[in-house]
Ligand binder design. Structure first.
Ligand SMILES: O=C(O)COP(=O)(O)O
Ligand SMILES: [Mg+2]
Length: 223
């Protein structure tokens, strides 16, 4: 039985323009009312997750920065430092198309940026040299510390609630979700998910951009 659902946000609950699906909100509330825990784990900054949790009315800790920071019982905990990430982004933005995102003012454990695809190989290799890595959510590029990923967040929640992996369902759409899809949890994807996410999913909905939430929840017996 699924006791905890870990939801990616952009592209999983929202459309390409980041507009959240009202169907997703309705079905998330149904799941909360049925006693299932719902957590958001996103590459976005924690204040955005706090807003989603508050205004949708969910019932579990929420993570920002791809698992680097959590809001739990009105307390913010950070698991990584943004110092190396900021320094790296500052360096490469001098010689490449990389440009910091304004949301970095709200970030405490990583940095977000935009760049031209032509610079990907170089920036990715330079990050590796500094024991960092870059990952794309299809909405934003992130420079992260090694070990900082959404699987870290899922494992934190697993330990916190003392659940088995089979009691946890994850839902995501792109590369920055892959680490949690490599865990032995239940996995589902919207129709718009990337191929590598779909290949790892137990269930791929015919619906997309948040409209899949009700369909997925019914498939796993949550609502
Ligand atoms: O990259 C972001 O800021 C958000 O992306 P995610 O919610 O799909 O993780
Ligand atoms: Mg996403």
């Amino acid at each position: 039985m699924i006791r905890l659902v870990v939801l990616d946000v952009d592209g999983t609950l929202t459309d390409r323009e980041r507009r959240i699906s009202t169907d997703a909100i309705i079905n998330i509330r149904r799941a909360v009312n049925s006693g299932v825990l719902i957590s958001f784990v996103s590459g976005n900054a924690l204040p955005v997750m706090f807003g989603l949790k508050t205004f949708i009315g969910t019932n579990a800790p929420v993570f920002g920065e791809n698992g680097g920071i959590v809001l739990i019982n009105d307390t913010i905990k950070t698991f990584f430092s943004k110092e190396k990430c900021d320094k790296f982004l500052d360096e490469i933005s001098k010689t490449t198309s990389a440009r910091p995102m304004f949301t970095n003012i709200w970030r405490q454990t990583s940095s977000a940026f935009t760049m031209d695809e032509k610079d990907y190989e170089f920036i990715s290799k330079e990050a590796e040299k500094r024991d960092l890595y870059i990952v794309n959510s299809k909405f934003t590029w992130h420079v992260m510390n090694k070990g900082q990923d959404k699987a870290y967040a899922v494992n934190f929640l697993k330990e916190y609630y003392n659940y088995d992996y089979k009691e946890i369902l994850v839902m995501g759409d792109s590369d920055n979700d892959l680490s949690m899809f490599d865990l032995p949890v239940k996995k589902a994807a919207p129709a718009n998910a990337s191929e590598n996410i779909k290949e790892k999913s137990e269930y791929v909905s015919e619906f997309a951009y948040g409209a899949q939430v009700g369909d997925v929840f019914k498939y796993f017996g949550i609502i």
